[in-house]
Design a protein around this ligand. Structure first.
Ligand code: PLP
Length: 283
């Protein structure tokens, strides 16, 4: 069985789709589970809808451990690939999670999936508890168009539609529809863009490793990296002085790390040159 329009929901960016999904499916008086290091908006939606949640720590290698998602819960959210780590689970692990929680919705947020992870969309026909959320904002470079979508069995799509219709029945404007359709029809362009990002990511990761950084294996359009004996916050500040912005997230688990977006090859090279100079200057 494949997917047809009854398996698809479309909204204004995947943030809106996620917000509707949290409101529609999560809670039951039990905690929603998601990783302690993941997309920051999951907590925001739980706050907005007064949903209890429990943070499940990533393992020592900053990976999501499916076996850590045990016990009763009000639903599960996984960013796959995860942000900001860039690391992905394979489909066998996602199946395990779905089978362990057959009565709860497992939401897989695939914002970055096109950059090298396996999509769980192919599992939708087998699992009524699976909702897969994707976006046009990343690999398709259309963040300003605000188009996101979800795949799920018709009962879940119906739940999302009910929330949407109670909020704003006609959310997606004509321009966004035309742009999204043009993007879907141009698979060759998507493939070319994604291949370029992956090639640049490989080079960027190698360049960082050559400078002594640890780099997590990324399936996204950014890399997560740390230097064994330099403060990440300090590196980010020095880079900013050179008009290069990288992301440092405060907090015990993320203090040591930088999230660096894969830019053009020229931008990646400028970043590596700047880091080399900063490391050299302070050595
Ligand atoms: C993991 C993840 N999910 C969802 C989104 C939301 O993207 P959008 O609302 O533009 O589709 C983002 C954006 O940064 C993200 O990182």
């Amino acid at each position: 069985m494949g997917l047809d329009p009854s398996h698809v929901f479309v909204g204004n960016g995947s943030d809106e789709v996620l917000a509707h999904a949290f409101q529609a499916f999560f809670g039951h008086g039990e905690a929603v589970l998601f990783a302690d290091v993941t997309y920051s908006f999951y907590k925001v939606y739980c706050g907005l809808y007064s949903l209890p949640y429990r943070l499940v720590p990533l393992d020592g290698g900053m990976r999501v451990g499916v076996d850590d998602y045990t016990g009763p819960c009000g639903g599960i959210v996984l960013a796959n690939p995860n942000a900001p780590t860039g690391m992905a689970l394979d489909l066998a692990e996602i199946r395990r999670l779905l089978e362990r929680h057959p009565d709860r919705v497992v939401l897989v947020d695939e914002a970055y999936v096109d950059f090298g992870a396996q999509s769980a969309a192919s599992l939708v026909p087998d699992y009524p508890n699976l909702l897969v959320v994707q976006t046009f904002s990343k690999s398709r470079a259309l963040a300003g168009l605000r188009v996101g979508f979800a795949f799920g069995q018709p009962e879940l799509i119906e739940g999302l539609t009910r929330i949407k219709d109670s909020f704003n029945s006609y959310p997606l404007d004509r321009l966004a529809q035309a742009g999204a359709q043009a993007s879907v029809e141009d698979e060759a362009w998507l493939k070319q863009c994604v291949e370029q990002v992956i090639a640049s990511r490989t080079q960027l990761s190698a360049g960082l490793e050559a400078l002594g950084f640890d780099v997590l294996p990324s399936c996204a359009n950014f890399v997560y990296t740390r230097h064994p004996n330099r403060e990440a916050v300090e590196l980010a500040a020095r880079l900013r002085e050179k008009a290069i912005i990288v992301r440092h997230l405060k907090g015990e688990r993320t203090e040591a790390w930088l999230r660096i977006t894969v830019g053009t090859d020229g931008q990646c090279q400028a970043l590596l040159d700047a880091l080399r100079e900063i490391l050299h200057r302070n050595s």
